[in-house]
Structures are given as C-alpha cells and as structure tokens.
Write a protein that binds this ligand. Sequence first.
Ligand SMILES: Nc1ncnc2c1ncn2[C@@H]1O[C@H](COP(=O)(O)OP(=O)(O)OP(=O)(O)O)[C@@H](O)[C@H]1O
Length: 286
Amino acid sequence: MDEEGFVMSNVTEVQKEKNEGTAVPKVNKKETKKAENSVINVNDLNLWYGSNQALYEISMDIPEERVTAIIGPSGCGKSTFLKTLNRMVEMVPIVKTSGSINYRGNDIFSNKYKKEYLRTKVGMVFQKPNPFPKSVYDNVAYGPRVHGIKKKEVLDQIVEKSLKDAAIWDEVKDRLHENAYGLSGGQQQRVCIARALAVEPDVILMDEPTSALDPISTAKVEELVQELKEKYSIVIVTHNMQQAARISDKTAFFLSGELIEFAETDDLFQNPQDKRTEDYITGRFG
Ligand SMILES: Nc1ncnc2c1ncn2[C@@H]1O[C@H](COP(=O)(O)OP(=O)(O)OP(=O)(O)O)[C@@H](O)[C@H]1O
C-alpha cells in the first residue's frame, strides 16, 4: 500500500476532517539509506514556565540529515520543545530547565557556549511567514551582513545560492529589490527559509511552517524539505499527521509534556507501540 494509503487507513474520519483543506499534492519522500548519526542529544530534559511544568524527562536523539516530525495535541509542548533546541524558549524570562542538550557533543546550556552561535547553527522557521519589511535581497543578506560580510559580490553569491536552495530563485530573481511583502504567503515562507539558510545552519527547526499556506504552497515547502534533508537535519512541528507521514523519517509523539513514543515514521503510524499513540493517530482524542 502506498504512503497516502496507509495513512488514510489509520487516520479516521474525525482526523480527516481535522486535516481538511490539506489536499496537498503527493510529495516523493526521499528514502535515507545513510547510517544514522545524531546531531542533537536530549537527556532528561524538564522545562518549567514559572511553576508550571511543560516538559517532563524528555530524552531523544535528533538524527542527522533526516526529517524528524513532532506531533501531539495542542498544548502538549511541541513548540516549547522545538524552541528549547536553540534556546529561543529562554526569551520567556520565567523559563527554567533541567537536564542536558548536546549539539554536536557540546552542552548548549554551558556558560561557555554562545547562544548566538547556537542559533546560527540551529536555525528556525516560524509558523507564519515573517519576512522583514525589506527587499527580498536584503532579507536574505541580513544574517550574513550581521556576521560582517560586506562585499557585494560575496553577498550576491550567498543570496543567489540561498534562494536557489530554498527553491524560490526562479520566482524572485527578477524581483530581488522589491519588498518581500509583495510576494505570496508561500513565496514569503520560502524567502524566510532562504534567510535561514544564508547563515549556513546545520539544523533547521520548523514550527508548523505550512499551517498558514494553501495546498500548493504547502506541497512546495514539503518538497523543499525533502531537498533540504540532503544537507541539513530538520525538526518539524506539525499538527497534521498526514504531513508528518508524508515528509518525515522519524516521528515523536508528545502528550501532556511527555515524549510517549519516538520511532521511524512508518513504524509509528503502522504499528504504534503505545496505546496513547494509537488512540491519537486514529483520532480518538486530540
Ligand atoms: N510563554 C509562555 N508562558 C507560560 N506558559 C507557556 C508559554 N508558552 C507555552 N506555555 C505553556 O506550555 C505548555 C506547552 O505549550 P506549547 O505551546 O509548547 O504546546 P504546543 O504543543 O506547541 O501547542 P500548540 O499545538 O497549540 O501550538 C502549555 O501548557 C502552554 O500553556
């Protein structure tokens, strides 16, 4: 049975309705044959917003050059977990954590570790496209300029390569100096991905990057994710289980701040080991 087939057989009518509006053209999921190395190791992570605990004893290894999906009902801690991986969650001053996260073997919570460096290497793409009110060119050149790159030829090369890697070059190459707000939502999201790529990240965190997009733009971003995993490790939060099944290699199911199950995506959807995972993917709750 093909990928859509198995998902449809597992996802009930309730869930189909929830995913309504996501009649996304089929994406060819690229199979990864490489040996699995991990890029981020999370151990016994707990997180509190003030006195409210949002994450409980999370341990998982994020694989290198693969797509990891985070699924689970609203409020289960998906975004919190994602934003902890590059310490953006600490922008909320009441946040406290315990446990460890190592990025390429380095403890990201260590005083010696620079958050700015971490956020360059572990970049983020948000739910709603959020270009700066600047030209397409200046959006993509922003990060490299902050890192001190001034030469026009070098910036030109970075901008072109990043836009090509984000599969948007052909659509914007004649509009580089127009305001990015003039692009469609789907184009803006790919410019935001290009902006993230321009500082040469290693890991890309995506927080529901297609939830504000129409099905065609969603398919383009999903295809792009398949291209990007050749070079980058991707972690994507999605509400949409069909999307997780379409594009991810591994899936983590979160519930009430706990990691319930983390497995190869096909295994998690076809043969969930935990009853709570099964109930969720068959639409019994959430
Ligand atoms: N800035 C914040 N201050 C206080 N509590 C927060 C904050 N952000 C999130 N929380 C709490 O942390 C818990 C997890 O929220 P989080 O946004 O990570 O869940 P989620 O699974 O991403 O939800 P959704 O799918 O609705 O986006 C929730 O109980 C939420 O109320």
